[in-house]
Design a protein around this ligand. Sequence first.
Ligand SMILES: Nc1ncnc2c1ncn2[C@@H]1O[C@H](COP(=O)(O)OP(=O)(O)OP(=O)(O)O)[C@@H](O)[C@H]1O
Ligand SMILES: [Mg+2]
Length: 409
Amino acid sequence: MTVEVSIDWKKEVLPVGRLHTSERNSATSFEYASEWIKRSDAFAIDPTALPLRAGAHHASSLFGVFQDCGPDRWGRVLIERSVRKGMHPGPLRHDLDYVLALEDNSRVGALRFSHDKAGTFLAHSVGKVPPLLRIGTLLNASNAVHEETETAEDLRYLLDLGSPLGGARPKSAIMLNDGRLAIAKFSKPDDTRDIAAGEILALTLAKKAGVNVAEHQLLSVQRKSVSLITRFDRSGDQRIPFLSGNTLLGLASNDPGAYTLLADGIRQFGDHIEQDLQEMWRRLIFSLLASNYDDHLRNHGFLMFKPGRWALSPAYDLNPVPGTERSRTPETPISEELVAPSIEMALEVASRFALTTTEVKKILKEVYQAISKWQEVGKKLGIKATTLHAYASAFENPFVTEVQKIMRI
Ligand SMILES: Nc1ncnc2c1ncn2[C@@H]1O[C@H](COP(=O)(O)OP(=O)(O)OP(=O)(O)O)[C@@H](O)[C@H]1O
Ligand SMILES: [Mg+2]
């Protein structure tokens, strides 16, 4: 299959290149359009795998930048169910088939796809992103998918109108009352704790700790928590190019990478380099102190405001994991070395994040102080005492004790 790739850039939709997938295997090739390369403000849409030059780029799987605007586990389930119900043509042979099944209007980032240059963008929007007041319908549809009782109407709602975006958790695109695009993240019937409450608590604490976080709010819908996250890849009706940490570094989705590698990526392709390096280290400390262990490279994002320079996106998908459930280590290691994560280890690599000893101490203190207020902040958010109790061990953990020792608190 061959598709034309365009990009929304500074209020224009510009042809950027042509993507080809093999009928035989998962191989992919991409070639920049000559009219794109000629532009004085042209940039590489994927700086590591697709540097800006004439001629074809080849890879054995779909380039990261295209995966980043496609579905993950949750979206794939919806797409496969709708093929089974005959609502989507199928077959689903290549990762690109899944990307193209997502609705164009709410697709993450600024890329758009069409079969030919004058064609409609895929997947063609059959309606509008659901408004906030339809959140109950979306939640019911999402529950039906888990119970495998979903109707064609449920799938139409979740897939064609509320795009599933990436990620494994059930979610939908949704339109806020002020017209901004957001993501509603739902609970699953088999969740053992209130994940949405944990996420909003973590985002609130991260903001208090000086981290730049996505705008967020906690809703209660049919007595279930829903986290509502405002989209940062839109500004009015403009789309902002987005890349995951995996793609910036050119790493496969199962490669854990390392925070120090993200620092190298920021040094090479960053926008406000020093500021983002320091912010990344602050996020590392926050993740350790809040047991945010789901910090894989897809949960680190970058946005482009200036051609070719990738700025750290606001932090998203922060999830405190109680001690009883925690896997042994965070998903993104601190450095390339095979050493157990610790605050000491984070301090050792701080110079790679453009930090002086004084700045390091200041960040440690600020993050520690914010985390220590977890109960008070949780109560203010209206989170139930039993839920807060379930999260206690996430915020009172060995890394917190280590900071207390280092700072002599
Ligand atoms: N505020 C946002 N604005 C734009 N894109 C976002 C935003 N938040 C998340 N995304 C994109 O949507 C994807 C899915 O969101 P998120 O990571 O919150 O979902 P998840 O299902 O919890 O993920 P995971 O599989 O990591 O548990 C992200 O990987 C990112 O690409
Ligand atoms: Mg995620």
